[in-house]
Design a protein around this ligand. Structure first.
Ligand code: OSB
Ligand code: MG
Length: 369
């Protein structure tokens, strides 16, 4: 394979409802899209960075510059056999995995199109449908939270994840649990707590949560290893797992019992498959996390989620929960049983709506070999 041209495009896309986590509130997404060209075909990737460097070190404007100045020159014009060879072309770059993943994922789509296969087939996906949950952002009142839970339970989602932060945790979850004693529920702290909060975190065992996601620092596996044996509830690591090597360390230290795989966070499909395989061999369940992706990123997540071991419901849910109109057709829909069917078409298996993308575009840049 050889990449002849990379097009960068930034779009602005308002969320239908703002999304609040312990690190901030998002009203509108700024999304960097990547289109790669090779041998008369093209492939799409979506950079999963946030608008600011609060979830991790990366952010949209930084990712744009990094892809343009470093990732693109390292990939363009190079001959390689398969998409698995792309990470090695860019691994001189430290960190910046979401920026690198945007290009790597686009190359996977390109390879699938060149071979006339659906992406899931190229990845080795086995599941015909994927299990879906939702991630619910923070609301100021418990009444507003309850309303959101009610809506998503009625829609059929298999698991409800609630964002928590200090001051919006124990009492709020208690209220939700009282109303919904039997639904599968989890919480996500996005690193808002420390080992000083062990007593509070232990108290949450009474809610029989499926997991508590990333309670402690984003870069700290060791403190999670100290916390996990003190809790009945399973810890799931999100921010702390950037690679198969991190998964190995977290499992060796028993820092978690579940791992959230985010394509961008681990630098793309190649590494995501390694994390999945490592966990699967050790009977550690994984699930696909979300980063408020538009359709291209969402489609990549769906393909990844067909791999064995993605058994727990992920954060990948219907397009309409995020956007008045998505950038792919058909939009992603979820069945009343809370499942998404894997697409049958070539590559991503969804049509990229270039007209819609053009209308949302705030800047473009083309880089050639
Ligand atoms: O921690 O999983 C997270 C969104 C932005 C940043 C981090 C996270 C999230 C979500 C949203 O939980 C998942 C989604 O619906 O895409
Ligand atoms: Mg998370």
């Amino acid at each position: 394979m050889k990449i002849e041209r990379i097009e960068l495009r930034e779009i602005k896309l308002p969320l239908v409802t703002p999304f609040e986590t312990s690190f901030g509130r998002t009203y509108e997404r700024e999304i960097v899209l990547v289109k790669v060209y090779g041998a008369g075909e093209h492939g799409w990737g979506e950079c999963t960075v946030g608008e600011n460097p609060f979830y991790n070190h990366e952010w949209a404007n930084g990712a744009w510059t990094l892809i343009r100045d470093f990732v693109a020159p390292m990939v363009l014009g190079k001959s390689f056999d398969q998409p698995e060879d792309v990470p090695a072309l860019t691994n001189k770059i430290r960190g910046n995995k979401m920026a690198r993943a945007a290009v790597e994922c686009a190359v996977w789509d390109l390879a699938a199109r060149q071979q006339g296969k659906p992406l899931w087939q190229l990845l080795g996906g086995v599941q015909e449908e994927i299990n879906c949950g939702v991630s619910l952002g923070l609301e100021d009142t418990d009444a507003a939270m309850l309303k959101k839970v009610e809506k998503e339970v009625a829609a059929g989602y298999q698991r409800i994840k609630i964002k928590i932060k200090p001051g919006r945790d124990y009492e709020m979850i208690k209220t939700l649990r009282k109303e919904y004693p039997t639904i599968t529920m989890s919480v996500d702290a996005n690193s808002a707590y420390s080992l000083n909060d062990v007593a509070l975190l232990k108290k949450m065992d009474e809610f029989k949560l499926l997991m508590i996601e990333q309670p402690l620092a984003y870069d700290d596996i060791l403190d999670h290893a100290e916390l996990q044996p003190q809790l009945q509830t399973a810890i799931c690591l999100d921010e702390s797992i950037l690679s198969e090597a991190d998964a190995r360390k977290a499992l060796a230290l028993k820092a978690c019992r579940i791992i959230n795989v985010k394509l961008g966070r681990v630098s793309g499909h190649t590494e995501a498959r390694k994390v999945q395989a490592y966990c699967h061999a050790r009977h550690i369940p994984v699930w696909c996390g979300g980063m408020l992706e538009a359709g291209i990123g969402r489609a990549h997540n769906i393909h990844m989620s067909t791999l064995p071991g993605f058994t727990l419901p992920g954060d990948v849910s219907a397009s309409k929960r995020y956007w008045t109109e998505d950038i792919i057709t058909p939009e992603v829909t979820v069945s009343p049983q809370g499942k998404i069917a894997r697409p049958a078409g070539v590559g991503l298996g969804y049509e990229v709506n270039e007209k819609r993308i053009e209308a949302l575009t705030v800047r473009t840049e083309t880089i050639t070999a």
